[in-house]
Design a protein around this ligand. Structure first.
Ligand code: PLP
Length: 389
């Protein structure tokens, strides 16, 4: 048995020489954090912070999900061939052009990894979707952020001018998350004419179903002429499958084939595949729900304008209040009133269109905020408690 002094020694071993530890790529040490919308778990609080649909899954989708659950001891189709076939049929495209993934963010990341050598540039508008800076950096690329116009629209001329010899991809997000503005078809065509043919234009149309503006983009009509165009869509918003993670890109065949080969094997799970196929079979019910959300959006937008807010022309299932430094305190007020919204510190607040009751709570709140500052509601500044997110 060791004596007491030996034990003491054993508890304090001499400092081991420094041994090398595993090393991450330097690019991963400075990743921006993705701040998700607040969780709506609290009972009685409406969740308007993540642009989800307020509707529960359609009955046909639910039953496809429970049928698929019985077979989860089996691997799914490796490249989600049935989903691919249904997406292709839905858009009148060749299945060879379709790539699916675990949410459209995963598809975008796959694309960027395929396109970017270290230091290659990816141009996109800012403020825009918060996933972009993260996936660009993980792919080894360099973000080039082009400020939106003061009314939250993409500055497509400035984006085209930001393209250099190092630019591999330009991301166009329309309607733009979080500002809500949509690019028009004519604007997109003019932009595509300016972008060199060896620079990919990744068109993120996550909210395409909700667009009702004149001259809405018809992206699929542009694919054959613009071989550098990649269209990206998701099942997370209009189809109401945010929790199951399915998204897709439609691109030229050679690119789509390579992306599929480079994708994570079995990247879309069996339940998600079944649900996506079922959702595509419910196009009419999906459209009806989308129409309901759009009608609510129009009701809310009209009311906001009457209250004096300058909110542009939101075309997604959400809208943006440019509250600047007051964004955090607005979000705190909203939570107290029973809704979670998504503040972007120092910039603005994104609010999803949800149940009418939830939208009414928002309108009561915006009325109160508008009356604090008279008609100049869009530039309201207010001090008070702020919500840490
Ligand atoms: C919500 C959203 C998506 C959807 O991403 P998923 O990974 O498919 O859930 C994509 N792009 C934008 C701009 C979004 O707002």
């Amino acid at each position: 048995m060791p004596g007491p002094s030996e034990l003491d020694e054993a508890e304090q071993p001499p400092a081991a020489p420094e041994r090398p530890s595993v090393r991450l790529r330097p690019a991963l040490e400075t990743l921006p954090a993705y701040v998700p919308g607040a969780s709506g778990a609290s009972p009685g609080v409406f969740k308007l912070s993540s642009n989800e649909t307020p509707f529960p899954p359609l009955p046909a989708v639910l039953s496809a999900i429970s049928d698929a659950a019985e077979d989860v001891n089996r691997y799914p189709l490796m490249y989600a061939d049935r989903v691919v076939a249904e997406i292709a049929r839905h858009h009148g495209q060749d299945p060879e052009r379709v790539v699916v993934g675990n949410g459209s963010v995963a598809v975008a990341e796959l694309l960027l990894r395929a396109m970017c050598e270290p230091g290659d540039e990816v141009v996109y508008a800012w403020r825009s979707f918060e996933a972009y800076p993260i996936i660009v950096q993980v792919a080894g690329g360099t973000s080039v952020q082009v400020p939106n116009t003061p009314d939250g629209r993409h500055d497509l001329d400035a984006m085209a001018a930001a393209i250099t010899d190092r630019t591999r991809v330009v991301i166009v997000c329309t309607p733009n998350n979080p500002t809500g503005a949509a690019v028009t078809h004519a604007e997109l065509v003019a932009f595509l004419e300016k972008v060199p043919t060896d620079v990919m234009v990744l068109l993120d149309e996550a909210y395409a179903h909700f667009v009702r503006s004149a001259d809405a983009i018809d992206s699929f009509s542009l694919l054959s002429e613009h071989k550098n165009l990649v269209i990206m869509r998701t099942f997370a918003k209009a189809y109401g499958l945010a929790g199951l993670r399915v998204g897709y890109a439609v691109a030229r065949r050679r690119l789509a084939r390579t992306l599929r080969t480079a994708s994570t094997p079995f990247g879309v799970n069996a339940i998600a595949q079944a649900a996506a196929v079922a959702a595509l079979g419910q196009e009419r019910a999906v459209r009806e729900r989308v129409d309901e959300i759009v009608a609510e959006r129009e009701r809310v937008v009209a009311a906001l304008r009457r209250q004096g807010w300058d909110i542009g022309d939101p075309q997604g299932n959400f809208f943006w209040l440019p509250l600047g430094d007051a964004s955090g305190s607005f979000a705190a007020d909203a939570l107290e009133a029973g809704v979670t919204v998504r503040p972007f510190a120092g910039d603005g607040v994104r609010i999803s269109i949800g149940e009418s009751e939830a939208n009414d709570i928002v309108l009561t709140l915006t009325q109160r905020w508008a009356s604090i500052s008279g008609t100049d509601a869009g530039s309201t500044q207010r001090v008070g408690g702020s919500l840490q997110v």
